[in-house]
Design a binder for this molecule. Sequence first.
Ligand SMILES: [Zn+2]
Length: 451
Amino acid sequence: MKRRMAVFCSLLALLIAGLSVAQQKSPVTAIKAGRLIDPETGTVAANQVILIEGEKITGVGPNLAIPSGATVIDLSQLTVLPGLVDAHTHMAITYKEQPENNYYYLTYITDSTALRAIQAASNGMQLLNSGFTVVRDVGNNALYADAALRQAIEQGWLPGPTVIPSGPMIGSTGGQFWPTPEMYKYHNIMFPEYIDANSPDEIVRAVRENMLFGARTIKLCIDCKPWGYSVEDIKLAIREAAKGGCKVEGHVQTADGAQLAIDAGVYIIAHNNALTPDHHRQMAEKGIFLAGTDTPFTPYRGSEAAFKRTVANLRDAWEKKVLLTFSTDMDYWNERMKDPKTGEWLTRGELTINFLETWKAAGIPQADILRAMTINGYKAADIISQRGPIKPGFFADIIAVPGNPLSDIDALRNVRFVMKNGMVFKKDGVMVPEKFFHPGPVKTPNGRWSR
Ligand SMILES: [Zn+2]
């Protein structure tokens, strides 16, 4: 018995030693931040130290002792802040002027699901390079390529932002397409670009299927067709989504659709074009987020008249104190998307950050723009309890820029440093993604993602 006890004790000792080795294994990183922005309050603290262990922040303060053996990252000349959020985009579709004349119904025919999934992976890295560490990817995403990309990033195959996927947009007959009878009835053209869901049973089934296949948010097309959803339909989708921990985004393109979405109490409304000042007032009252998708007027997109309306609508939403997010609806490409000075192609990240033009034209204070790009984005993505604040216990998704975005928001165009989940993706303005690539699912060995 004594001997057994001794064996047991030495096994226990080995186990404990093994555990403490495993605990020690998490590398400790210390970031020296010249200035640290808290976007929630719009304040800056000088000379802060951020301690990171593994994927998470463990300490923040002016005089923190840096543990021996810690990797020190010196950002004392830069301003450090949380990663940015694009609250409405589409990484897995790229419609073009050639050959499809910007008609994405044709992109769906010409670009395979596999090609679109790879586009999404590339877009994700380009966005991360510009400081976007969270992306809500809401529909038109190639047979759950959005969910697959999230899974691949989570598992450690490649770098990318935290993807909040919606799966296919759920709509009533026809979605955003106007297909021919033969394409609709004999070739099932709607799926996977959209899920047709008309009756309450179909709505429930569609919401459940999207969540089963990895959606973290549910996207409803409220009024893509004149026979869109009723308040009861939308409420049903909201209730069903809640069972799987998902919030509902309503795509609206008419004033009537906006009112239905507001009355039903969706979490986010996408697109600001059809919203009136009264809608903005109601949204502020109800705490509904707005993903306005506020397209700037550029040599590669838009018109002056449309831009004026977009700016006025964004300004009104801000004046009415709507919960604003930074959102783009980037899902297109053309040959004019080049830097006029260098002639180089603009990256997906640069095209995304260029939406700042609309916010500046609307005269929105820099601190409010930054809040929309960070805290409100994290809230709209429903991950504020895990990511966003640079505080102990949160994932280390951290970026750094020269200058101060609180006095010059364009400083965000020059992201020099990006950390995602505690790993350095960009340093001194150069991508260093090696540590993100693995030949297997190193983070979830059973190959499944957790909800
Ligand atoms: Zn969209």
